[in-house]
Ligand binder design. Structure first.
Ligand code: AMP
Length: 433
């Protein structure tokens, strides 16, 4: 099937063609005709499936006949993170290039003033995170009573981040008659409930099985002692001449520390996490995309929704506490038809997390042993510090402030350290002989 068989207009097809897309992805094939017909949609699709174009293209087409008079908000897209809001808006701009549509992003962490000015100038499409949008609604800066099309993107993640109350509040300010599209990678009971309340006789679309990982991602686990993870990572990056690596840590502190160490190893690295300002996050992402830095170290929440094309390597420097996050993380590679690898450096403390992930995937992940990094059997597992915000907490207040103080690195015992030193010098000799 080709894009021109979906019922999209010539100017949208032209913008798609300029992106170099030849065939619509499964979610696009299934969702676009339903949305064009005005139906509500409940779609199970992860990032990387092409879902953004799947709702943006038909949305733009439905907004075609702009009523005369001042601009008013006709489409509202809610996303869990600022990065995703920025990326979705980028897609609106890209696909709407040949249309007179005006869109904007609304999110927190930046001054509300320029946002208010933009709203006042008139806007057709708003892409927003729930918290700041609700602030604008309460301050009467924005009127949502004219919204015709409402999109909840990555709904599962929004619920995980504690946005449900904000979402409910926002919905109260929308008109009763409107088209609703809900996208979610997973379908928990809560998502089903939200969908039941929100959607009117929706078309259900499922493009990826729940929690299945992209088939093209080659996954491997490297057992390694915690204290030697950084050394192994530097070596892998150097030997493989990897140019673009997304690395995950569990905590913000861990992300900063690793970025610093990799820079000391001569590998240009930046970190992206919730404690960084919007400007710093955007810059890190820009530099990473442009190849100015080789490694981007990220926490789960910051990485959610990052769209980096053709990302070849994802490394789990630490496994996530929540097994579903593993699936989200490795979804950053092998996107839309590319191949990719997802490697996990796993120490003795994380074996339980690995087991949980394998249970979720319903299969084992292939283990590989890095020469010179044999694990020290004398190191005893220690409990992991919880570094994730509570699911029920308020996202704005609670978003992981505690995590930065979470102790993230523990040193092995004295004997283990001595053994490690011995082995290290031996393995260094054998490796570099
Ligand atoms: P998404 O799932 O919306 O985050 O999209 C994942 C990636 O796929 C983005 O980099 C898109 O630019 C890309 N993409 C979207 N639609 C297509 C298509 N039909 N063919 C190839 N790539 C696409």
């Amino acid at each position: 099937m080709k894009f021109n068989e979906l019922g999209l207009s010539a100017d949208l097809l032209r913008a798609v063609e300029e992106q170099g897309y030849e065939t619509p992805t499964p979610i696009q094939r299934q969702a676009i005709p339903h949305i064009l017909e005005g139906h509500d949609i409940l779609a199970g699709a992860q990032t990387g499936t092409g879902k953004t174009a799947g709702f943006t293209l038909p949305m733009l087409q439905r907004l075609e006949d702009r009523p005369s008079g001042p601009r008013r908000v006709r489409a509202l897209i809610l996303t869990p993170t600022r990065e995703l809001a920025a990326q979705v808006n980028e897609s609106v701009r890209t696909y709407g290039k040949y249309r007179p549509v005006r869109s904007m992003e609304i999110y927190g962490g930046v001054s509300p003033r320029p946002q208010i000015t933009k709203i006042q100038r008139g806007v057709d499409v708003v892409v927003a995170t729930p918290g700041r949008l609700l602030d604008h609604v309460r301050e009467k800066n924005i009127d949502l009573s004219t919204v015709e099309l409402f999109v909840l993107d990555e709904a599962d993640r929004m619920l995980d981040m504690g946005f449900i109350r904000d979402i409910r509040q926002i919905i109260k300010h929308l008109p009763d008659t409107r088209q609703n599209l809900l996208f979610s990678a997973t379908f928990s009971k809560e998502i089903r409930e939200l969908a039941n309340n929100l959607l009117d006789n929706p078309a259900e679309i499922q493009v990826a099985q729940r929690n299945t990982t992209a088939d093209r991602v080659e996954q491997r686990v490297y057992p390694v002692d915690k204290a030697r993870k950084r050394e192994l990572l530097s070596e892998m990056i150097g030997r493989g001449d990897w140019r673009q690596v997304l690395v995950f840590t569990r905590t913000k502190h861990g992300a900063n520390k690793l970025a610093k160490q990799l820079n000391q190893d001569g590998i240009e690295t930046d970190a992206i996490h919730g404690n960084k300002g919007q400007g710093a996050r955007a810059k890190a992402l820009r530099d990473f995309k442009a190849g100015k830095i080789r490694v981007l170290v990220a926490t789960d929440i910051a990485a959610r929704g990052l769209d980096i094309e053709k990302l070849p390597h994802v490394v789990n420097f630490e496994l996530p506490h929540v097994p579903e996050d593993y699936v989200h993380r490795i979804g950053r590679t092998a996107r839309a038809g590319q191949d990719g690898t997802a490697l996990s450096l796993v120490c003795v403390d994380e074996l339980k997390l690995l087991k949980d992930i394998e249970k979720l995937l319903k299969r084992g992940i292939k283990k590989e042993y890095a020469t010179g990094y044999e694990v020290d059997k004398s190191i005893q597992p220690e409990p992991l510090q919880k570094g994730r915000p509570q699911r029920s907490g308020s996202p704005r207040k609670g978003s992981g402030k505690k995590t930065s103080s979470a102790k993230e690195s523990r040193r092995p015992g004295k004997n283990a350290r001595a053994n490690q030193r011995k082995r290290r010098s031996k393995s260094a000799r054998s490796r570099f002989a």
